[in-house]
Design a protein around this ligand. Structure first.
Ligand code: ZN
Length: 430
């Protein structure tokens, strides 16, 4: 893909770098240069500079730098073409339709065919769910409380007990084995040749933000292993850059998104009216997910299972979200295990209340750290407050730090801790 230098220059000139960067980073003017906290590394004092006269940015901390295109590419995870399109739209510049080069054209075509194969497979699974052989799977879904409307909305399906019927179906549409192999829908072994990856499973099509099917998740019927199986990563399916449900959640009017563990969580929450729920796809949260979330919101509510694994996952996610510039809170569903169970037991209204009461993620970390110390004896308490001081030191903003000092004092007043004492501890560590 190649645009003329003239059009690239026009787009660059019509997008003032200070304006563009200001949409993402709070900048303060100092002389002829603007400074702010670098969005590309974690820092406490601003070393990220933008120079209007040069239309360039540079970070003295991590060395990130470049022009307005580089900034948008890095921040939004865009390719150059996507950044150009984004900035052209922003400035109202019409890009000319252009011819792809041979290689790029082949790649784009292959992606288009893989998307088509996935779409056909989704329709095939959807149809199987409604046949006689899909009865058990359909009963499983309705048994879990899903309505017909929800099943339709998420395009849920069923892969039946034969291990080659999807293969036969797609072969009848004249796709080559080479393409089918790349679709991630089939296993290949020397003895059996190619056969369906998913069989006897309830199927959850996975869509990208634009609603295109890019992969599948399958839950086995009965006791087969593994219980959940996902498509492998393919040319069109990058697990670390896609979130289940985001195609719907991105249009929410709520000013936060809810991050939960799996498809069933997302689906039951959407059904209960919480259409701003998303989930990562069988992987822990990555920085790619975080920057994807950042495109659509400022705040994320973490809604992981109420067990130890869920707590661990939340503690792991918090710094990743923070690094991407997102604030986060943690939702407590106890004594219930997950959103599905909670909503069934207590209803959507109570659930909404839990969302409102979500704990600030910093205080969540403090409360979880408490568990590492024996709070009954003075030594344990002392070491716990030392840990609090270490965490407070991570906060660069003085006001923010003082607010958390007050919050900790409020929660642990019975231990005799005072704001002055905590401040002194932080000062000593710094
Ligand atoms: Zn930096």
């Amino acid at each position: 893909m190649r645009y003329s230098d003239d059009i690239i220059e026009e787009v660059r000139m019509k997008n003032d770098i200070v304006d563009v960067v200001s949409q993402y980073v709070k900048l303060n003017r100092r002389g002829s240069t603007y400074f702010g906290l670098c969005p590309f590394h974690n820092e406490k004092t601003p070393s990220f500079s933008v120079t209007p006269s040069k239309q360039m940015y540079y970070c003295f901390g991590c060395g990130a730098g470049g022009n307005v295109f580089n900034f948008v590419m890095e921040y939004e995870n865009y390719t150059f073409g996507e950044a150009l399109q984004h900035l052209a739209d922003r400035a109202g510049v019409q890009l000319p339709k252009i011819e792809y080069s041979g290689e790029a054209k082949r790649k784009a075509e292959r992606r288009a065919v893989l998307l088509e194969i996935n779409r056909l497979a989704a329709r095939y699974f959807y149809y199987q769910l409604r046949r006689e052989t899909g009865k058990q799977a359909y009963a499983y879904l309705t048994g879990r409380g899903l309505s017909e409307e929800t099943i339709k909305k998420f395009g849920l399906g069923y892969s039946d007990k034969y291990s080659d019927d999807l293969y036969k179906f797609l072969k009848s549409k004249n796709y080559s084995d080479d393409l089918l192999r790349d679709s991630g829908l089939f296993n290949v072994d020397e003895r059996r040749g190619m056969y369906d990856k998913f069989w006897n499973r309830v199927i959850f099509p996975i869509m990208d933000v634009n609603g295109r099917v890019i992969g599948f998740g399958g839950r086995v019927m009965g006791d087969g292993k593994p219980k959940y199986l996902n498509s492998p990563e393919t040319t069109i399916f990058d697990k670390s850059r896609n979130l289940y449900g985001l195609n719907v959640a991105r249009t929410t009017r709520k000013n936060y998104l809810i991050l939960c563990e799996g498809y069933m969580d997302v689906i039951s929450m959407h059904q209960a009216g919480f259409t701003n729920a998303v989930a990562s796809l069988g992987t822990a949260l990555t920085s790619g997910h975080a920057s994807l979330l950042k495109r659509y919101t400022q705040e994320v509510l973490l809604l992981y299972d109420s067990d130890e694994a869920g707590v661990k996952a939340a503690l792991r996610a918090i710094p990743i979200l923070r690094e991407a510039g997102l604030t986060s809170r943690v939702v407590n569903l106890r004594p219930h295990k997950d959103p599905d169970e909670f909503i069934k037991a207590l209803g959507a209204e109570e659930f909404e209340k839990r969302l409102e009461q979500a704990t600030d993620s910093f205080m969540f970390r403090v409360h979880m750290a408490e568990r590492d110390f024996s709070m009954e004896d003075p030594q344990g308490q002392n070491r716990f407050f030392e840990r609090c001081a270490q965490m407070l030191l991570e906060l660069s903003d003085e006001l923010e730090r003082n607010l958390y000092i007050e919050a900790i004092v409020k929660d642990y007043r019975s231990s005799g801790i005072t704001a002055d004492n905590l401040k002194r501890r932080v000062g000593a560590l710094a």
